[in-house]
Design a binder for this molecule. Structure first.
Ligand code: GSH
Length: 361
């Protein structure tokens, strides 16, 4: 496989963890300098884009893992139990789309982290490709990321503590799980673990500011990051838990209160044609965050998975999940994403999470 990304990218780290788990060899190139090829192949420039050994282009980490898993013989990273499979996919989506804001905040709002990130991005992506002085390039990168993905995503003095709470809650909830078992759903990793690696590997465990917090507050999470990086697929019983226990349920409450509340409000905003909207999560008011057609598709995918569940599994989950989960089953109408209607992802022509890669100005 050939992975286009960057060495500190959220979703590239997730896909790399999976390729290592399946012992799939891969080469790496930066996206910068390869934009034309990526747009022709995958429809977008985003990280990562992967070219399969058979020549096909793939993008979007969750469908990439699904497509590569389909090539494997059993066992897979998707639990056999339908309710646990659903829960694993839900945690993956939360990790992809909710923990993104705190990950960008910790990277770009704090001096130590942003110096490290700007240096790393410059060395990896820009050096030798653009004729601009390093100091200006690093300043440009910092301004781009802080402006678009932190301040432009609703992080202000008023929301700061809630944004950081999203990370701290994830740490505490995972710490409680890893005190009981090595992976989120048992003895082997599932899509929930690969999803969580996106924020936890390249951002929270590597960026100096959140990494120090992780080591002090959630050492079992720090250990899990290394375990994930070093775990190889094995055959035989996967040792997945039989049912949702208290520690997992606590994580699911957070997932529904944050990520599913966000998906509902985003879908409303897109339906009303709003490029930006006011978002309220757990009582915290975020002003004018960007809406995302891609995230409407995320909700459609979760609803599709939900509708595929047996009535028995749906009933069990409905009694476990908190009120915000009702967006999965309450038939609230919203405008369709009209994305990947042919269901070809990750081999389709993709869209970025926001606009053409950046949220609207
Ligand atoms: N849904 C995609 C998201 C990929 C993505 O948004 N990657 C980010 C950075 S890690 C990106 O490339 N953003 C565009 C930009 O910053 O220009 C996935 O799961 O792979």
């Amino acid at each position: 496989m050939h992975v286009y990304g960057c060495k500190i990218s959220y979703y590239t780290g997730k896909v790399e963890t999976y390729l290592r788990y399946r012992s799939v060899p891969y080469d790496y190139s930066p996206t910068v300098g390869n934009e034309k090829k990526l747009i022709a192949g995958a429809g977008v420039v985003q990280m990562p884009v992967v070219q399969h050994t058979d020549g096909r282009w793939m993008t979007d980490s969750t469908p990439i893992l699904a497509a590569l898993e389909a090539e494997q013989s059993e066992p897979t990273i998707y639990p056999d139990d339908p309710a646990l499979r659903f829960v694993a996919l839900l945690i993956d989506d939360y990790a992809d789309e909710w923990l993104w804001r705190p990950a960008m905040h910790y990277r770009w709002s704090y001096e130590a982290s942003r110096r490290y990130a700007a240096h790393s991005l410059y060395e990896d992506l820009i050096k030798g490709t653009r004729n601009i002085p390093a100091v200006l390039a690093r300043r440009f990168l910092t301004r781009r990321q802080l402006g678009n993905f932190v301040k432009g995503d609703g992080v202000t003095a008023d929301t700061w503590d809630h944004v950081e709470g999203a990370y701290l809650n994830a740490l505490d909830l995972l710490q409680a799980i890893f005190e009981q078992r090595p992976f989120i759903l048992g003895e082997t990793p599932t899509i929930a673990d690969f999803g969580m690696m996106a924020p936890m590997l390249r951002h929270f465990s590597q960026d100096p500011t959140p990494a120090e917090i992780m080591r002090a507050r959630a050492p079992a999470v720090y250990e899990w990051v290394a375990r994930m990086w070093n775990t190889k697929a094995r055959s035989g019983d996967q040792g997945i838990i039989k049912q949702i226990d208290a520690a997992l349920r606590a994580l699911l409450v957070e997932v529904c209160e944050t990520h599913l509340a966000q998906l509902r409000q985003n879908a409303n905003a897109v339906t009303q044609g709003q490029a930006r909207y006011d978002q309220t999560i757990q009582g915290c008011a975020y002003q004018q965050v960007p809406s995302s057609r891609y995230r409407v598709w995320c909700l459609e995918e979760l609803r599709r998975e939900w509708n595929d569940l047996t009535v028995e599994a749906q009933t069990a989950l409905r009694s476990t999940l908190p009120a915000d989960a009702s967006i999965l089953w309450d038939d609230t109408p919203f405008a369709p994403s009209n994305y990947d209607v042919e269901r070809r992802a990750p081999f389709n022509k993709a869209i970025n999470v926001f606009g053409k890669g950046l949220p609207p100005g």
